[in-house]
Design a protein around this ligand. Sequence first.
Ligand code: HQG
Length: 172
Amino acid sequence: MAMLLRHRPEAAGLTLDAHGWVPVPELLTALGITRAELDAVVAGNDKARFAVTTGPDGVERIRASQGHSRRVEVDLGLLPADPPAALFHGTPRRNLASILRDGLRPGSRHHVHLSPDVRTATAVGRRRSAEVVVLVIDTAAMVAAGCVFHRSANGVWLTSFVPPSDVREHSE
Ligand code: HQG
Protein backbone atom coordinates (compact mmCIF):
# COMPACT_ATOMS: atom_id res chain seq x y z
CA MET A 1 0.00 0.00 0.00
CA ALA A 2 2.81 2.42 0.83
CA MET A 3 4.51 1.65 -2.46
CA LEU A 4 1.36 2.47 -4.45
CA LEU A 5 0.13 5.42 -2.36
CA ARG A 6 3.52 7.12 -1.99
CA HIS A 7 5.88 6.07 -4.70
CA ARG A 8 4.55 4.27 -7.77
CA PRO A 9 0.73 4.43 -8.14
CA GLU A 10 1.05 3.85 -11.87
CA ALA A 11 2.56 0.40 -11.19
CA ALA A 12 -1.00 -0.77 -10.50
CA GLY A 13 -2.75 1.60 -12.91
CA LEU A 14 -3.78 4.00 -10.13
CA THR A 15 -3.84 7.79 -10.34
CA LEU A 16 -3.72 9.83 -7.14
CA ASP A 17 -5.74 13.02 -7.11
CA ALA A 18 -4.02 16.37 -6.51
CA HIS A 19 -4.09 15.78 -2.74
CA GLY A 20 -2.92 12.19 -2.86
CA TRP A 21 -6.29 10.43 -2.49
CA VAL A 22 -7.42 7.34 -4.38
CA PRO A 23 -10.91 5.76 -4.18
CA VAL A 24 -10.85 2.79 -1.79
CA PRO A 25 -12.58 0.45 -4.30
CA GLU A 26 -9.84 1.18 -6.86
CA LEU A 27 -7.10 0.33 -4.37
CA LEU A 28 -8.86 -2.90 -3.36
CA THR A 29 -9.05 -3.96 -7.00
CA ALA A 30 -5.45 -2.97 -7.68
CA LEU A 31 -4.14 -4.98 -4.72
CA GLY A 32 -6.66 -7.83 -4.92
CA ILE A 33 -7.50 -7.49 -1.23
CA THR A 34 -10.78 -7.26 0.68
CA ARG A 35 -12.11 -4.24 2.49
CA ALA A 36 -11.58 -6.05 5.79
CA GLU A 37 -7.93 -6.59 4.91
CA LEU A 38 -7.49 -2.92 4.02
CA ASP A 39 -9.13 -1.88 7.31
CA ALA A 40 -6.80 -4.20 9.21
CA VAL A 41 -3.75 -2.58 7.58
CA VAL A 42 -5.00 0.94 8.28
CA ALA A 43 -5.94 0.19 11.89
CA GLY A 44 -2.99 -2.07 12.65
CA ASN A 45 -0.43 0.34 11.36
CA ASP A 46 1.53 1.60 14.37
CA LYS A 47 2.40 4.84 12.63
CA ALA A 48 -1.06 5.58 11.21
CA ARG A 49 0.54 5.92 7.79
CA PHE A 50 -2.80 5.91 5.97
CA ALA A 51 -5.90 8.06 6.30
CA VAL A 52 -9.39 7.21 5.01
CA THR A 53 -12.05 9.83 4.39
CA THR A 54 -15.44 10.06 2.71
CA GLY A 55 -15.69 12.77 0.07
CA PRO A 56 -18.69 15.04 -0.60
CA ASP A 57 -19.57 12.60 -3.40
CA GLY A 58 -19.96 9.80 -0.82
CA VAL A 59 -16.91 7.94 -2.15
CA GLU A 60 -14.42 6.70 0.41
CA ARG A 61 -10.84 7.58 -0.36
CA ILE A 62 -7.47 6.66 1.13
CA ARG A 63 -4.07 8.33 1.07
CA ALA A 64 -0.68 8.13 2.73
CA SER A 65 -0.37 10.82 5.41
CA GLN A 66 3.28 11.58 4.49
CA GLY A 67 6.37 10.12 2.85
CA HIS A 68 5.57 10.57 -0.84
CA SER A 69 8.32 10.41 -3.42
CA ARG A 70 9.21 13.68 -5.01
CA ARG A 71 8.26 12.25 -8.42
CA VAL A 72 4.64 11.81 -7.24
CA GLU A 73 3.11 15.26 -7.41
CA VAL A 74 0.78 15.60 -4.47
CA ASP A 75 -0.12 18.55 -2.30
CA LEU A 76 -1.27 17.24 1.08
CA GLY A 77 -2.75 20.67 1.83
CA LEU A 78 -1.13 20.78 5.26
CA LEU A 79 -1.17 24.15 6.98
CA PRO A 80 2.03 25.58 8.42
CA ALA A 81 2.36 24.69 12.10
CA ASP A 82 4.51 25.87 15.00
CA PRO A 83 6.98 23.12 15.90
CA PRO A 84 8.29 22.46 19.40
CA ALA A 85 11.61 24.21 20.14
CA ALA A 86 13.54 21.10 19.15
CA LEU A 87 12.85 18.12 16.91
CA PHE A 88 14.89 14.98 16.22
CA HIS A 89 16.16 13.03 13.24
CA GLY A 90 17.60 9.52 13.33
CA THR A 91 20.02 8.47 10.62
CA PRO A 92 22.82 5.97 10.03
CA ARG A 93 26.06 7.21 11.58
CA ARG A 94 27.73 7.05 8.17
CA ASN A 95 25.59 10.07 7.10
CA LEU A 96 26.71 12.28 10.00
CA ALA A 97 29.70 14.07 8.45
CA SER A 98 27.81 14.85 5.27
CA ILE A 99 24.76 16.15 7.18
CA LEU A 100 26.89 18.36 9.45
CA ARG A 101 28.54 19.77 6.31
CA ASP A 102 25.54 20.09 3.93
CA GLY A 103 22.48 20.03 6.19
CA LEU A 104 19.50 17.67 6.00
CA ARG A 105 18.13 17.24 2.51
CA PRO A 106 14.80 15.69 1.51
CA GLY A 107 16.49 13.13 -0.75
CA SER A 108 13.91 11.45 -2.96
CA ARG A 109 10.95 12.60 -0.84
CA HIS A 110 9.06 15.89 -0.75
CA HIS A 111 10.33 16.89 2.68
CA VAL A 112 12.88 16.26 5.39
CA HIS A 113 11.07 14.15 8.02
CA LEU A 114 11.60 15.06 11.67
CA SER A 115 10.47 13.17 14.77
CA PRO A 116 8.94 14.65 17.94
CA ASP A 117 11.08 12.51 20.27
CA VAL A 118 14.37 10.61 20.48
CA ARG A 119 12.71 7.19 20.60
CA THR A 120 10.88 7.73 17.31
CA ALA A 121 13.98 9.19 15.67
CA THR A 122 16.01 6.16 16.77
CA ALA A 123 13.43 3.81 15.25
CA VAL A 124 13.52 5.76 11.95
CA GLY A 125 17.32 5.50 11.79
CA ARG A 126 17.25 1.77 12.63
CA ARG A 127 15.35 1.09 9.40
CA ARG A 128 18.65 1.63 7.62
CA SER A 129 21.43 0.77 10.05
CA ALA A 130 22.23 -0.61 13.49
CA GLU A 131 24.65 2.29 13.96
CA VAL A 132 22.20 5.13 14.47
CA VAL A 133 22.94 8.71 15.38
CA VAL A 134 20.17 10.97 16.63
CA LEU A 135 20.37 14.62 15.65
CA VAL A 136 18.73 17.53 17.46
CA ILE A 137 17.27 20.18 15.21
CA ASP A 138 17.14 23.75 16.49
CA THR A 139 13.65 24.45 15.19
CA ALA A 140 13.42 27.67 17.18
CA ALA A 141 16.37 29.07 15.21
CA MET A 142 14.86 27.82 11.96
CA VAL A 143 11.49 29.45 12.69
CA ALA A 144 13.29 32.68 13.57
CA ALA A 145 15.02 32.45 10.17
CA GLY A 146 11.67 32.06 8.42
CA CYS A 147 11.65 28.30 7.77
CA VAL A 148 8.19 26.76 7.48
CA PHE A 149 7.09 23.50 9.15
CA HIS A 150 4.13 21.24 8.57
CA ARG A 151 2.85 18.42 10.74
CA SER A 152 1.39 15.37 9.01
CA ALA A 153 -1.81 13.71 10.21
CA ASN A 154 0.30 11.05 11.94
CA GLY A 155 2.59 13.44 13.81
CA VAL A 156 5.64 13.56 11.54
CA TRP A 157 7.15 17.06 11.20
CA LEU A 158 8.03 18.10 7.66
CA THR A 159 10.23 20.88 6.34
CA SER A 160 12.12 21.55 3.09
CA PHE A 161 15.69 21.63 4.33
CA VAL A 162 17.61 21.90 7.60
CA PRO A 163 20.76 24.05 7.40
CA PRO A 164 23.88 22.53 8.96
CA SER A 165 24.05 25.35 11.51
CA ASP A 166 20.79 24.10 13.07
CA VAL A 167 21.85 20.44 13.41
CA ARG A 168 23.85 18.92 16.24
CA GLU A 169 24.40 15.42 17.52
CA HIS A 170 22.14 14.45 20.40
CA SER A 171 23.97 13.36 23.54
CA GLU A 172 22.12 11.14 26.02
C1 HQG B 1 19.66 11.11 4.94
C2 HQG B 1 9.60 6.51 7.45
C3 HQG B 1 23.76 12.32 3.95
C4 HQG B 1 18.60 11.11 6.00
C5 HQG B 1 10.23 7.17 8.65
C6 HQG B 1 17.95 9.75 5.76
C7 HQG B 1 10.14 8.64 8.32
C8 HQG B 1 21.52 12.64 4.33
C9 HQG B 1 18.08 9.56 4.27
C10 HQG B 1 10.10 8.66 6.82
C11 HQG B 1 21.65 14.02 4.10
C12 HQG B 1 16.79 9.76 3.54
C13 HQG B 1 11.33 9.29 6.24
C14 HQG B 1 22.94 14.52 3.79
C15 HQG B 1 19.59 13.63 4.58
N1 HQG B 1 23.96 13.63 3.73
N2 HQG B 1 22.55 11.79 4.25
N3 HQG B 1 23.17 15.83 3.56
N4 HQG B 1 20.45 14.61 4.25
N5 HQG B 1 20.23 12.43 4.63
O1 HQG B 1 13.84 7.40 3.99
O2 HQG B 1 13.90 10.52 7.37
O3 HQG B 1 7.92 4.10 7.96
O4 HQG B 1 13.93 9.54 2.63
O5 HQG B 1 19.15 11.22 7.29
O6 HQG B 1 9.56 6.85 9.82
O7 HQG B 1 14.89 8.19 7.00
O8 HQG B 1 7.88 4.96 5.63
O9 HQG B 1 14.07 9.67 5.08
O10 HQG B 1 18.63 8.71 6.41
O11 HQG B 1 9.04 9.29 8.84
O12 HQG B 1 6.06 5.60 7.26
O13 HQG B 1 19.01 10.57 3.82
O14 HQG B 1 10.01 7.30 6.39
O15 HQG B 1 8.24 6.48 7.53
O16 HQG B 1 15.96 8.67 3.84
O17 HQG B 1 12.49 8.57 6.68
P1 HQG B 1 14.38 8.77 3.81
P2 HQG B 1 13.93 9.24 6.63
P3 HQG B 1 7.47 5.20 7.08
